[in-house]
Structures are given as structure tokens and as C-alpha cells.
Design a protein around this ligand. Structure first.
Ligand code: UD2
Ligand code: MN
Length: 556
């Protein structure tokens, strides 16, 4: 016990030392005028910026070996390479990643477009990422459109986000207001606070660790100027959490969601490709949005029911708004001519009061109960634990749905997201897949893509043991398909993202022999070898370990 406390004390000491060093570094860094250049437009500022400086033009920052330890320590603070971020100018240059068609597009003059308030909420964000975000907005947004930037501090516990931040933003050429939540409220509460005090006609939300590229704002605002029921997102490019390299997404996808109600990117549907007639500058209708970066007309934001205030901390609000927009008459688009970078991280750096699962289940249950009609049971079957989550009162949200006379979830799936994991039309059956010799079941084990398929004791609770036979003859758990390929000699059965192309993801069930054949290799699914939990593929010979019982599961 004493040992533990001692360790704890050491960790605190080490952390505060890092903070201290970090503050000193920051002070040194930000008093250097060369990097400050806070109020200048990009073209004037570029004269002062050393184009070979770390991270310029979105280049990766390489940490020398002698700083590796420091890098590792600092990584823990925000779950990204803070040391790399701190080395990059707050005014760094970025490549213009737009396609030619976008560079040539002509938008209405800025004076004719509505103004926007940019709202950034944060909890314990790093200084360098937040400040670089602000400068990227100021440097690359037409002044006529940019009404103000609103920073909502969601009860951060960092000194530098106090007076130091207030003082810093006072010196900027655009109005930047900082408001602070008295208590931690989470994304929804903080964004609502920002919206409430905003004065622009359009609200533009950004995560705190974004960087906006040239021409990002006009295409978003112009779409809303034409029709205020459009809710628009930029293309979200990646800023590496390791090197802070700026990388444009290679292929534009659409937002979707899986059985567990996680937001996911999927390839654009054939239907959408056809609708856009090969013009890569045309906005993409997307079933859902990632949630962090979007613009919405303020009047429409309130008319359509803002956010569900019963959602805490993180999660769920992005799908909630996506379903609501589509089901209640709006449209949700990704505008390919607008590019904003975001630091995607492997895990969350901050606390989830009450625990991650409790928070996320609470939010997702609200989402499911209010918007998903009979399809909510899909979620409960896949995440049985969610059934126990308390989710509070949802009467107001149900009334909102009533008042806005929104369409059903089935309508949404059929018309807006026909490729969805939820549409029964896309499947033959849902089942537990039981090996007749070992009596074990196929089990996803909560693993992500590029993992090996697994077998474990059948529990009959659904969850990770639910498998679906799709009409494309895939054998899948959620959006992961059983897959076997030549490089492994068709030995390993992997779980990869379903690609809808059949090929190595195509399987056949023989009702009589009860065998599951991998079509490309002609091999049969077999029990795991001794000392392993991974199913294998063998020459089909009808032995008992190659027989599988499909035990029907009802998803409703
Ligand atoms: C994504 C979205 C995020 C939000 C989330 C689901 C993108 C790029 N990001 O997750 O905006 O929709 O999915 O909820 O689409 N924050 C607070 N208070 C909190 C927790 C977070 O202010 O209690 C801030 C946080 O500092 C950040 C923003 O909210 O600026 C989003 O949080 P995140 O970056 O951890 O979320 P992310 O990108 O994993
Ligand atoms: Mn984020």
C-alpha cells in the first residue's frame, strides 16, 4: 500500500516536473517573435517563416534519439506526440491539398456569405495544438466570414489554459472569446454553451487539435448560404499523432456506423458515385458525420433540436445529430473542396467520470431509444451489457421527434444508408457458428480488423458470437469479414474489413455436410489446432471438426 502511494507520489512529481519544463519551453517558444506572427495573413507571414522549420508544409517532425524518452513521457499527456507539436510553429505552412477543380471554383464574394462563429471546446488540450488551430483559422479564413472564435474550456485542469490563454488571445486580430464551464460537462454541454453566446449566423464546430488548410471555409459556408438545412463537414485529413505530418485522406469515404454504434468510415456507395457523375468537387451525401468538424446554420441548429443534453462527456452525439438531420428533413454532406486536418489518437487522454463504458452506454442507449425504433435491439444483442445502463429521461427528445414529424429509422436505412450493417435485406441469417466436435463458437473477441478469427466456449448471449451470412456470401461479425488469403497459404483465418467484392471473403455453407467452404481456396473451415484458439483451413474431408452448426439468432 505504502509502496503504491509512493509510486503514485513519484508519478505526480514526475508529471509536475514535466509540466514545469513544458511551461518554460512554452514561454521560450512563444516569446520568440519569429514563431508568433499571430495576426498576419498567410502571405505576409510566410515571408517570416522558415520554410525548412520543423513541420513546415505539413512535413513530419523527427524526434532525435536523445529525446526519445522525453517524447514518450510527453506523449502520455495528450496521447499524441506533444514534443513534436511543440517544435512546430504555431503558424506553420500546410500544403494546398485541394484538387484542381476545387482551386478553380468560384464562390459568392465573402461579403455576401453569412458570417460564422467558430466554436472549439476542449478539456485539458495542449497549448501548441490549440494555438496552432486558432492561427490556422485566422490565417486561412476570409475576415468577412469569420465573425469570432469561441473557446469553451470544459473545466480543464491546466494552468496555462487560464490567464495565459486569456492574455494570448487578446493580442489576436480576430475576436476570440474564452468561456469556462464551472464543471466538466462533456462535448454536448460545452458546445451548447458556445452556441448560446455566439453572434455569427452559422456555427462551425472544430475539435481543439485541428489545422485548417487554404480555402477551407468558403465552400462550407456557401453550401449553407444556398440552403440552410444542409449540415456540412470538411474532408477530415489526418495529422499524425506520432509526427504531426499532414496527410490528405487518399480516398473520400462516407460516414457510417457499426452494430456497436461506433462511428466508422466506409467506401462511398455506388449510388452516391453515380449521383456525383464523376465530378470530384460535388459534395457527398453521407449517412453520418464524424462529429467534430462541421458547420450548421444557427437558426437550423435550434430548429432541429441542437443536441441531446442527456449525453455526457464523449460519444453518441455525432450519430444522434446525423440520424436526426436525415430523419427530420435535412441533409448531411462532406464538402470535398474543404480540407481540415485533425489529430486522430489511439486512445483518449482524459478521464471519463463514471467510467468509459458507463458514459458511452448511457449516450448510445439514448441514441438507440429515441431514434432507432425496432433496430435498437441490434445494438442490445451485440452489446448485451448496455442493457443495464441507466440512461435517464428521454421524453423531451421523443417529443422533439414527434414535433418535427421525423421519418422512421427504417426509412433512414433504406433511403440514406442502404449499404448499412443494419438492413436485414442484406443478410440471409444471423447465427452462432458452433463447431460440432469441440462445441466451441466463432468469436470476434472484441478484436478489430486485421486480427485473427477466434473460437471460444459458446455462451448463447449473442455479443461477440453473433455472425451473419450476408447476401454477398460473407461470414461476418459486424463490419468484419472472415477472410483467408494466399500469402498465409490460406492457413490463417483473419477478420478484415468487408469489401463487398467477394473474393477471399466469400464462404459457402453446405446444409447437408454442415461444412463451411472458403470459395477461393476450396478449403474447409476447421477447428483450431492444438494450443491455439484460431480456426484453420484444411482440405475438405468431412471430418467432425469441419462440421458447423448454425444456431439461429433473432436480432429483433
Ligand atoms: C470524435 C469527434 C468528436 C466527437 C466524438 C464523439 C472528430 C474528428 N472528432 O472523437 O468531435 O464527435 O467523436 O463524441 O470527428 N472534450 C471536452 N470535454 C470532454 C471531452 C472532450 O471539451 O469531456 C473536447 C476535446 O478536448 C476535443 C473535443 O471535445 O476538443 C472532441 O474530443 P476528442 O478529440 O477526444 O474526440 P475524438 O476526436 O476522439
Ligand atoms: Mn479529436
Amino acid at each position: 500500500m505504502r509502496n503504491k502511494r509512493f509510486m503514485y507520489g513519484k508519478v505526480i512529481l514526475a508529471t509536475s516536473m514535466i509540466w514545469f519544463m513544458f511551461d518554460v519551453l512554452l514561454l521560450l517558444y512563444y516569446t520568440d517573435d519569429g514563431n508568433r506572427g499571430s495576426i498576419t495573413q498567410e502571405h505576409t507571414q510566410s515571408r517570416r517563416v522558415d520554410l525548412k522549420g520543423p513541420g513546415e508544409m505539413g512535413q513530419p517532425v523527427i524526434i532525435p534519439p536523445e529525446e526519445e524518452e522525453l517524447k514518450k513521457e510527453m506523449f502520455k499527456i495528450n496521447q499524441f506526440n506533444l514534443l513534436a507539436s511543440n517544435k512546430i510553429s504555431v503558424n506553420r505552412t500546410l500544403p494546398d491539398v485541394r484538387i484542381d477543380g476545387c482551386k478553380k471554383k468560384i464562390y459568392p464574394p465573402s461579403q455576401k456569405l453569412p458570417t460564422t462563429s467558430i466554436i472549439i471546446v476542449f478539456h485539458n488540450e495542449a497549448w501548441s495544438t490549440l494555438i496552432r488551430n486558432i492561427h490556422s483559422i485566422i490565417n486561412r479564413s476570409p475576415r468577412e466570414i469569420l465573425e469570432e472564435i469561441i473557446l469553451v474550456d470544459d473545466a480543464s485542469e491546466r494552468d496555462f489554459l487560464g490567464k495565459q490563454l486569456d492574455d494570448y488571445v487578446r493580442g489576436l486580430s480576430v475576436r476570440v472569446r474564452v468561456v469556462r464551464m464551472a464543471e466538466r460537462s462533456g462535448i454536448v454541454g460545452a458546445r451548447l454553451r458556445g452556441a448560446a453566446i455566439s453572434t455569427g449566423e452559422v456555427l462551425t464546430f472544430l475539435d481543439a487539435h485541428c489545422e485548417c488548410t487554404k480555402g477551407w471555409l468558403e465552400p462550407l459556408i456557401a453550401r449553407i448560404a444556398e440552403d440552410r438545412t444542409r449540415v456540412v463537414s470538411p474532408v477530415i485529413d489526418s495529422i499524425s499523432d506520432e509526427t504531426f505530418e499532414y496527410n490528405s485522406v487518399p480516398e473520400l469515404g462516407c460516414g457510417g456506423f457499426n452494430w456497436r454504434l461506433n462511428f466508422r468510415w466506409y467506401p462511398m456507395s455506388k449510388r452516391e458515385k453515380k449521383r456525383r457523375k464523376g465530378d470530384a468537387t460535388i459534395p457527398i451525401n453521407t449517412p453520418t458525420m464524424a462529429g467534430g468538424l462541421f458547420s450548421i446554420h444557427k437558426e437550423y441548429f435550434y430548429r432541429i433540436g441542437t443536441y441531446d443534453e442527456g449525453m455526457d462527456i464523449w460519444g453518441g452525439e455525432n450519430l444522434e445529430m446525423s440520424f436526426r438531420i436525415w430523419m427530420c428533413g435535412g441533409t448531411l454532406e462532406i464538402v470535398p473542396c474543404s480540407h481540415v486536418g485533425h489529430v486522430f489518437r489511439g486512445k483518449s487522454p482524459y478521464t471519463f467520470p463514471g467510467g468509459v463504458a458507463t458514459v458511452v452506454h448511457n449516450n448510445n442507449r439514448r441514441l438507440a431509444e429515441v431514434w432507432m425504433d425496432e433496430y435498437k435491439s441490434f445494438y442490445y444483442k451485440t452489446v448485451p451489457n448496455a442493457r443495464n445502463a441507466e440512461y435517464g429521461d428521454i421524453e423531451d427528445r421523443k417529443q422533439l421527434r414527434e414535433k418535427l414529424q421525423c421519418n422512421s429509422f427504417r426509412w433512414y436505412l433504406e433511403n440514406i444508408f442502404p449499404d448499412s450493417q443494419f438492413l436485414l435485406d442484406n443478410y440471409f441469417r444471423f447465427c452462432e457458428v458452433r463447431n460440432m466436435e469441440t462445441k466451441q463458437c466463432l468469436d470476434n473477441m472484441g478484436q478489430k480488423e486485421k486480427s485473427k478469427a477466434a473460437l471460444s466456449r459458446c455462451h448463447g448471449q449473442g455479443g461477440h458470437q453473433i455472425y451473419a451470412w450476408s447476401k454477398l456470401n460473407e461470414l461476418k461479425h459486424d463490419d468484419l469479414c472472415l477472410d483467408a488469403s494466399a500469402p498465409s497459404g490460406f492457413k490463417d483465418v483473419e477478420q478484415s474489413r468487408c469489401n463487398s467484392h467477394g473474393g477471399t471473403q466469400e464462404w459457402r455453407y453446405n446444409e447437408e455436410l454442415k461444412s463451411i467452404m472458403h470459395v477461393v481456396s476450396g478449403l474447409c473451415l476447421d477447428k483450431a489446432d492444438a494450443d491455439s484458439t484460431t480456426p484453420t483451413l484444411h482440405q475438405c474431408d468431412n471430418r467432425l471438426s469441419q462440421k458447423w452448426e448454425l444456431v439461429e439468432i433473432s436480432m429483433f
